[in-house]
Design a protein around this ligand. Structure first.
Ligand SMILES: *Cc1c(COP(=O)(O)O)cnc(C)c1O
Length: 418
């Protein structure tokens, strides 16, 4: 039998206690892990100062935003709604930067309040110019290379619509002149990577862009620091990827006399492994010889969509009242009437089933899906099959569970229907 996988921060006793109070499924966040991750990001190597932002779309609960704000992180928002959500939890507008695919209708109010905008298209830059002639703006560039895992996570290169394509710099400059704007920030975010060579390459490309904008004082290298969720996956070592980047900033200063401020804005890195999804085995079925043994959970794509759409791998473990010596290979599925609701797809291929070796499973066992902090609660097809939105709980520094989002009442699902 393979070595049994242990949940990161839940054990049977804690799971049992949480279930008694809150039921399942629930997202269980760990404040200690959040603070450790924030501290690591705030130590990102830098030559002339650092602003570290939390890309809040990864997990936007106000309790998480407050913990990060207290630690010293600023916010990267992906929509006007996220800006409002951050401000509603007490984040000052001046600590929020917006890089969005769609500009909000109330952009002018948000700019007046003091948020920073990174224009992500030529039309967005025009709009900024019309609203804030003579203003200071950031420019998000698509530098022409991405390091994302697949077409759905790649955010750089010709097949990505994020940012202004690097060949359109003359058009950017024309708009800057037209509205008397100053480009003060260059922003790029090119997707998940942990390879220092890729980081260095990206930093070099970015400095080629910074060189063309003499008023730029800040370079934002985005997020996308790869996080290992499975035991055999590696996480980005920020000291390792950051040191050559820091040297690049120093070289640029020697060459041009310009001391550029660094911004980074990870999402996943800060939250991915700081949350576990706690659920229960609600059925175990078999499709006979040549078939599969299935574990059906009381959760699924309604709480964790990543396996279904990316073939993402999450650690799955069972917590049982009595240890079983026997193990079996199981396909782990969710509770939706949807064949794609699979929690153990083949790695990187959501079309294929894979199995996990787990102890002999029984109805009522607890099942922990680790690595459920990023793009989990934040990114769900909630209400599919009319399952109410799950509760969220924070284990504080004393490991005391605090409810940070109630389980939705069933009636809330149809509350807006007329
Ligand atoms: C999503 C996003 C991030 C964070 O990406 P992660 O992969 O979660 O680190 C950072 N910056 C921008 C502009 C984003 O859209």
């Amino acid at each position: 039998m393979a070595q049994k996988l242990q949940p990161r921060f839940l054990d049977y006793t804690t799971a049992h206690a949480l279930n008694d109070v809150f039921g399942t499924p629930i997202y269980v966040y760990d404040q200690k892990s959040l603070e450790i991750n924030a501290a690591a990001v705030l130590k990102f190597p830098n030559a002339f100062g650092l602003t570290a932002r939390y890309a809040m779309k990864a997990s936007p609960n106000g309790a998480i935003l407050k913990i990060f704000a207290k630690a010293g992180l600023h916010i990267d928002a992906s929509s006007g709604h996220e800006v409002h959500r951050a401000m509603a939890s007490g984040i000052p507008a001046a600590h929020i930067s917006l890089s969005a695919q769609e500009l909000p209708a109330d952009l002018s109010d948000l700019l007046e309040a003091g948020i920073q905008l990174n224009a992500c298209s030529l039309a967005q830059l025009e709009r900024f110019g019309q609203l804030m002639p003579g203003g200071q703006v950031g420019i998000r560039i698509n530098p022409g290379a991405g390091s994302g895992g697949n077409n759905r996570t790649n955010v750089g290169g010709p097949s990505s619509s994020f940012g202004i394509w690097h060949d359109w710099i003359p058009q950017i400059k024309a708009i800057l002149v037209k509205y008397d704007l100053t480009a003060v920030r260059i922003h790029t975010h090119i997707g998940s990577g942990s390879d220092p060579d890729v980081w260095l390459k990206v930093a070099k490309m970015n400095f080629d862009i910074v060189r063309q904008f003499p008023d730029v004082t800040t370079l934002n290298l985005g997020g996308g620091f790869k996080v290992g969720r499975m035991p055999d996956e590696k996480s980005t070592d920020l000291q390792v990827v950051g040191l050559p980047v820091k040297e690049k900033f120093e070289e640029f200063a020697v060459e041009t006399g310009r001391q550029i401020h660094l911004e980074v804005e990870p999402g996943s890195f800060l939250v991915a492994n700081a949350c576990a999804l706690l659920s229960k085995v609600q059925d175990v079925v078999s499709t006979g010889e040549g078939g599969y043994e299935f574990i059906k959970l009381d959760t699924g794509m309604t709480e964790l969509l990543r396996p279904s759409i990316y073939g993402a791998q999450h650690p799955i473990s069972l917590l049982q009242s009595s240890e079983k010596s026997e193990a079996k290979d199981y396909v782990v599925v969710g509770h939706c009437c949807e064949s794609g609701d699979i929690l153990s797809p083949a790695a990187g291929d959501p079309e294929l089933l894979a199995t996990r070796e787990l102890p002999f499973a029984e109805i009522g066992d607890f099942c922990v899906i680790d690595g459920s902090g990023a793009y989990a609660s934040a990114m769900t097809p909630k209400h599919y099959n009319s399952y109410p939105e799950a509760a969220e709980v924070m284990l504080d520094l004393d490991s005391t569970p605090k409810l940070i989002r109630r389980r939705q009442k069933l009636e809330d699902i149809w509350a807006n229907e007329l």
